[in-house]
Design a binder for this molecule. Structure first.
Ligand SMILES: Cc1cc2nc3c(=O)[nH]c(=O)nc-3n(C[C@H](O)[C@H](O)[C@H](O)COP(=O)(O)O)c2cc1C
Length: 179
């Protein structure tokens, strides 16, 4: 089965080699608007997004993020707003809090891919250092970066090649059965 959405899902890849070509503001805004439509637990919209595009701040982010291999023109930092968590009396370990971050990230990555941009998620960073770099108030915690840019033309290297896993390898019908 094929349609543009399924094609976008299947052709998006994590890109770690990007050019320094700036990204048009309307494209960044399109990614952020897509994230706004990402479903959230209880429709609470706990995420806040910090868009970093100043070279100095990007360099500082990279210095405190061992998992950030990209040199990219834009990083969108997905944060959780713990003030909303508190006001809504959610337990701090409530599972949707982390799930919403993943949903927002995937929505952003697909939206970016659909308009010709490359992305890569990053979770390996010092949260306390990123909070300082971004001057975040105590109630915002940085949870994930989405690095955004134009893919470099050369083939990417670095991380190991992933194995060919099919959806069948990952799926059980009706009840779990050992494969
Ligand atoms: C929750 C999560 C955290 C990730 N953290 C990092 C990271 O810190 N650095 C990185 O280079 N890639 C990170 N990735 C990217 C994965 O390594 C990537 O999705 C995987 O290599 C598959 O690539 P593909 O989406 O192109 O198939 C992360 C992905 C997810 C879903």
């Amino acid at each position: 089965m094929n349609n543009p959405v399924l094609d976008a899902i299947k052709t998006r890849r994590v890109i770690r080699d990007m050019t320094d070509q700036p990204i048009e503001t309307e494209k960044v805004e399109a990614i952020l608007e897509a994230a706004r439509w990402s479903p959230t637990g209880g429709n609470l919209k706990l995420n806040r997004f910090v868009v970093v595009n100043k070279p100095h701040t990007l360099r500082l982010l990279q210095m405190v993020s061992p998992g950030m291999f990209q040199r990219c023109p834009v990083v969108i930092v997905i944060c959780v707003d713990w003030e909303v968590v508190r006001l809504r009396e959610l337990p701090t370990h409530s599972r949707p809090i982390a799930m919403d971050v993943g949903g927002a990230a995937q929505t952003m990555m697909l939206a970016a891919h659909s308009i010709g941009l490359a992305t890569g998620p990053v979770t390996s960073f010092s949260r306390s250092a990123v909070s300082v770099v971004l001057n975040l108030p105590d109630h915002l915690s940085p949870e994930m970066f989405v690095c955004v840019g134009y893919a470099a033309p050369k083939p990417q290297g670095g991380m190991r090649a992933y194995e060919k896993v099919t959806w069948r390898d990952l799926t059980y019908w009706d009840r779990f059965e050992k494969k």
